[in-house]
Design a protein around this ligand. Structure first.
Ligand code: ADP
Length: 178
């Protein structure tokens, strides 16, 4: 038995974070285990709707989400975070808030070239056209984790393979839904 963990998926837009997070949540459900997904886009429609994309706003965005993760983990719930979270310092601070033993940093390390080719939301073409300022990977930095618990390149690793790897990393203490 292990304590409930936060799987923190960081990576470029289009890397596959949300897709993997949703599939992983379904995997937990199939096993009768509850989990929560905190997705960057969803978080920005509510909890963090007042924040922009400056470095300071991104830090505050991560800080709030980290505290939600801590509360959920305290309640015994596994959390899957899908957020670009481009700055090392912000992720380090999230690790401190959540707790080093619970925080599992996962780098969805799909290359910029692949992400831009996928462009699932059309954001890269808008960023290239100058329509989106401070776009990570184009006009804002992405600081890759130096020592992530896990690194997955979705150009070569399928969604189901990613899910299997992350499911194993999540530990075993979560409450069942029954
Ligand atoms: P992010 O949340 O990182 O911005 P999304 O999950 O929204 O990324 O988009 C990733 C896109 O890449 C989706 O269109 C998804 O179908 C596609 N994709 C292709 N292969 C994979 C894979 N192995 N893992 C995750 N996504 C993949």
């Amino acid at each position: 038995m292990t304590e409930a963990r936060t799987l923190w998926l960081t990576g470029l837009s289009g890397a596959g974070k949300s897709t993997i997070a949703v599939a992983l949540k379904e995997r937990f459900e199939a096993a009768g285990r509850m989990s929560a997904v905190l997705d960057g886009d969803a978080v920005r429609t509510g909890l963090c709707a007042d924040l922009g994309f400056s470095p300071e706003a991104r830090s505050e965005n991560i800080r709030r989400v980290a505290h939600v993760c801590k509360l959920f983990n305290d309640a015994g719930l596994t959390v899957i975070v899908a957020m670009i979270s481009p700055y090392m310092d912000d992720r380090r601070n999230a690790q401190i808030v959540i707790g080093a033993s619970r925080f599992v940093e996962v780098h969805i390390a799909t290359t910029l070239e692949v992400c831009e080719r996928r462009d699932p939301k059309g954001l890269y073409s808008k960023a290239r056209a100058g329509l989106i300022p401070q776009f990570t990977g184009i006009t804002a930095p992405y600081e890759a984790p130096a020592t992530p618990s896990c690194q997955l390149d979705t150009a070569v690793t399928s969604v189901s393979e990613c899910v299997a790897i992350l499911y194993a990393l999540a530990g075993t203490s979560e409450p069942t839904s029954s």
